[in-house]
Design a protein around this ligand. Structure first.
Ligand SMILES: Nc1ncnc2c1ncn2[C@@H]1O[C@H](COP(=O)(O)OP(=O)(O)OP(=O)(O)O)[C@@H](O)[C@H]1O
Ligand SMILES: [Mg+2]
Length: 285
């Protein structure tokens, strides 16, 4: 069963009060995520990443389309018990210590006091914040706040964790530490949904990625699929037999450019050489 399943999810905001003008934050977005994977939602500022997560969490409602988590509608209360969330730009009360923040969110999530005590120690240790637990968070750096936020998102021992820009504003060493924590969580069977506007963050740890731009899903697949540069090749039709022409047209969606040339993306030209098919290949990019 898929962990998250969304179909044609659409969200339009009103641009101004009493105006018919719409901001199209999401436009018919569909994809699924699987168990125990780190799924990255990548896109520039304003792409619709946070909006999508907020719909999945029931914080905002979709205009149309369908979204399910663990096979249940996103409004299902029991499903929410299995979810953790680190919002972007989160703000905790400044007068609390790190330990008090974790306690506060643990109690809000209904974790019983005894379990909460053990988990607080365990999770603060996991994110490397044990020794800062009695320090007021107003003294924390951005990296420390993000690590505390991660511990907060795990306090109800969720199966699925949404992290909205967890490395935002964190220095390279802090980012590496956060990535290591996420890999550790995945090894414990957690599914992680990670929003980021940085490909460099996503490609290092995600199993699969969806790319959003202006609310539209432009690509989805494994990190390898997304990052492999497809090469565009040019083939002269006079040098191709019918068999190869059909292969290029049907399998590689080749396009005839009007000068007796086919243009198409072929990932592995070697494959054709091995089949003893000879042609003149010209790399365009
Ligand atoms: N409550 C709202 N009212 C009106 N427009 C909104 C609202 N929330 C988001 N938007 C608009 O929806 C679009 C998507 O915003 P969203 O915050 O989802 O993008 P994002 O990909 O998370 O961006 P960022 O990387 O900056 O966090 C933007 O144009 C934004 O201005
Ligand atoms: Mg956002």
């Amino acid at each position: 069963m898929s962990v998250i399943e969304i179909k044609e999810l659409t969200k339009h905001f009103s641009a101004k009060s009493f105006s018919k003008e719409k901001i199209k934050a999401l436009e018919k977005v569909s994809f699924t995520t699987d168990t125990s994977e780190i799924f990255g939602l990548l896109g520039p500022n304003g792409a619709g990443k946070t909006t999508l997560v907020k719909i999945l969490l029931g914080i905002t409602f979709s205009t149309s389309g369908d979204a399910k988590i663990f096979g249940r509608p996103v409004s299902d209360v029991n499903t929410k018990k299995k979810i953790g969330y680190l919002p972007e730009n989160h703000r905790f009360p400044q007068y609390l210590t790190g330990e008090q923040v974790i306690n506060y969110f643990g109690k809000l999530s209904g974790v019983n006091s005894k379990v909460l005590k053990t988990r607080t120690v365990e999770y603060l240790g996991m994110v490397g914040m044990e020794k800062w637990k009695n320090t007021k968070i107003k003294k924390y750096s951005k990296g420390m706040m993000q690590r505390l936020g991660l511990a907060q998102s795990m306090i109800n021992n969720p199966d699925l964790i949404f992290l909205d820009e967890p490395t935002d504003g964190v220095d390279p060493i802090g980012r590496k530490e956060i990535r290591d924590i996420l890999i550790h969580l995945k090894s414990k069977g957690k599914t992680i949904f990670l929003n980021s506007h940085l490909l460099s963050e996503i490609e290092l740890i995600c199993d699969r990625v969806a790319i959003l731009n202006k609310g539209i899903l432009i690509k989805e697949g494994s990190v390898e699929d997304i990052t492999t540069k497809a090469n565009t090749y040019k083939f002269n039709t006079n040098e191709l037999n019918d068999k190869i022409m059909n292969l290029l047209l049907n399998q590689h969606k080749a396009v005839l450019n009007g000068r007796n040339e086919f243009l198409c993306n072929v990932k592995d030209v070697e494959e054709y050489s091995r089949k003893r098919i000879h042609w003149k290949v010209c790399l365009l990019t």
